[in-house]
Design a protein around this ligand. Sequence first.
Ligand code: SAH
Ligand code: SF4
Ligand code: F3S
Length: 508
Amino acid sequence: MNTPGTDQLREIEKSGKRVCIQTFGCQMNEYDSEVVKAALEKQGYVLTDSEEAADVVILNTCSVREHAENKAFNKLHLLCREKKNGRPNLTVGLMGCMADNYKEKLLKDFPQLDFVAGTRNVMDVTRLVKEIEEKRSRGVPPRNDSAGQDAQPTRLGLARNGTQTVIARSPAGATKQSKSLQLAAISKEGWWEEYAETVPRREGVRAFLPIMTGCDNLCTYCIVPKTRGREVSMRGGEIVDQVKKLADQGYKEIQLLGQNVNSYGRRYVGEDESYRTRKEPNRFPELVAAVSQVPGIERVSWMTSHPKDASRELFEVMRDYPKVTHWFHLPVQSGNNRILKRMGREYTIEEFHEKLELLRKLVPGAAVSTDMIVGFSDETDEEFEETRRVMEKFMFDSAFIFKYSLRKGTPADRLPDNVQQAVKEERHRVLLKLQKEVSRKVNDAWIGRQADVLFSGRSRVSDQDLIGEMRNHKRVVVKAPAAFMGNVKQVRLTRLKDETFYGELCEV
Ligand code: SAH
Ligand code: SF4
Ligand code: F3S
């Protein structure tokens, strides 16, 4: 086995190699990037935003729509070209959902790419980078591209569910399998602690914390179950411990992350069933309540949820525990039952509506955001019209609208992608315009009201102003002393500009 010697490691550390990580995709990817950055920094690497100045460039990628993939592919092409034409010592890596989606094919298609690490191998990235750098520093000649064609990339540490992806090749194109990379990250005891403790992603007073990853749902359009694999949850007791640590460090808001947080606790890291019977939160509503009661925590929110798992029990937790957010992201996707069925969403629009009404009844003032897809396979004008009417009627606070993008390897790959691009664009335009009007109406109703605002940062426009969020996640700018940062104060909302409220303190 070729592990770097201590002297060589010191060389790398001393040289302060620069690393640039570019992130595409969702909150989970943002989080993973921060973990990798922190782990690399610990090893003496210096972070940079500049690709030009970097010795190592890592793309953390997203596969959810073709557009997201194309952005990463374009970037990868450019980097590989640069490496070939004059920057032979550049290390180029790819992580994230495209790594799981395309695996070794990426190494075949991009001969300059040094490594590919899947979403469950975030903790292996540092080892990979160091090994590649170390080999180069020992003078192993750079790969000859055409000769490298026959190099068979090695897949390391494949998990039982087949989703674990770490592939690397040496700069010379040899594909020696390194024992240090064989750690089966996800099933390894302690994997999560290492991951969560590597410095979770933080923004001002808010800390993000993954509580589960993967998705067991069968939404036919969606690539996530393929890329992130089956659901696994982190143990409730450990999550609460992490939150206590974050609270001790002064964080006030915790955002719990997962592709499908509502089904938290279906299966645990390590698949040890005894976790289920331990005295610790093992369902999502319980977990939210427990986290919200950690002293020092002022707010708990989460991303994202599947409507079928959003329960009365969770709504009651939102109502009964004062530190729990009043914001719910509840993706409806379509307003038409035939399309919802084709999408495999497992609810009818009537059931969704009932849930929405229940939430609004139990949690007055709750803000609900949503996702919608236009132009899914076979969607007719009439079916789209139903989605449009749902948007008008349900009065979501905000909505993300997406044009359907067929993903290879999803169940919908077998259905025709038969709505013309121009029609998708028109439907997209219609919904965007309508939601803008709806959001305006919903938000206008808040003017003149009072709200609890958690101050989270300074305004970029004026140093007299602080930015905060209402309990339902709406942004507010208020003239307030910097000492209020991290505190919750009553604010009267006075006006609205775009999506941002302005207000004044009720008591000073
Ligand atoms: N797990 C989350 C988010 C998944 S991806 C959830 O279920 O809410 C975020 C959004 O991207 C989805 O809600 C969906 O609206 C959209 N999306 C997913 N796959 C898509 C595809 N193939 N084409 C267009 N939009 C898609
Ligand atoms: Fe994709 Fe559906 Fe899972 Fe969300 S719930 S990640 S849309 S399969
Ligand atoms: Fe994209 Fe993967 Fe997130 S596909 S949306 S980065 S889970």
